[in-house]
Design a protein around this ligand. Sequence first.
Ligand SMILES: Nc1ncnc2c1ncn2[C@@H]1O[C@H](COP(=O)(O)OP(=O)(O)OP(=O)(O)O)[C@@H](O)[C@H]1O
Length: 254
Amino acid sequence: MGRATRTAGQSAARPHQGVPVEVAVSEPALFDFVGVDVEQGGTRVLRDIDVTIPEAGITVLVGRSGAGKSTLLRCCNRLEVPTTGVVRFRGRSLSDVDVLAHRRTVGMVFQQPTAFPGTVLDNLRAADPGVDEARGGELLRHVGLEPAMLGQVADTLSGGEMQRMVLARALATRPSVLLADEPTAALDTESSAQLESLVLRLAKEGMPILWVTHDLAQMRRLADHLVALDSGHIVYTGAPGDYSDRSIAGESET
Ligand SMILES: Nc1ncnc2c1ncn2[C@@H]1O[C@H](COP(=O)(O)OP(=O)(O)OP(=O)(O)O)[C@@H](O)[C@H]1O
């Protein structure tokens, strides 16, 4: 975690002194889970989660099916609300934020890309009505699609094109974070590789990304940081290179 120095005024750190002082403060984490439980249908699907998601790079969440990866990810944009505990976003509890505004800051893409009715441009405008053709073309280029596709009926796109359009739609609100829940699961190898390159580029451009997968080979291609879950518990956090317990993830290399 990086550290920052800020100038604290009289009222902040030293109320009894008349001059500003320099204090060192830790930068808040991107997401901070403290004592988080999530209960679904009488079962605790996340148990006592304490984890910090760093501000930079790609954090990959791995674990076998049903481990709680999606639930943890969904807590990050308030699609899921903890039964107990706190999730903080850049230091602020998500129970205190405006949820819709938060979801514009924290974009999300899902396993199954879903087009809204109408054209690709209509889809981008559903996220931000201010998207004109120029901005729409820019968003499409950013995800490797041709601006000429703006007028195409969205549900005629291929699976790979659709997932990239959905990503462009998520980027239309200029989010500062991206959440991705197994976004390559329904794609062929080539489309999957294109999406991986795209996400690596977004991360390089400075966007922190949380990416869920059960595919350990993909995890190794993408992860700067790793969080592994098993039966609702965190079983590993740290560098991907140090993670070796395949029996915990329970998944095969692909
Ligand atoms: N609304 C719900 N009601 C009851 N149980 C739920 C609900 N949502 C999730 N669960 C259960 O919570 C557990 C964790 O689900 P979650 O989708 O987070 O797992 P996952 O690790 O993302 O799995 P997968 O890789 O299969 O998507 C599962 O056992 C699931 O059946």
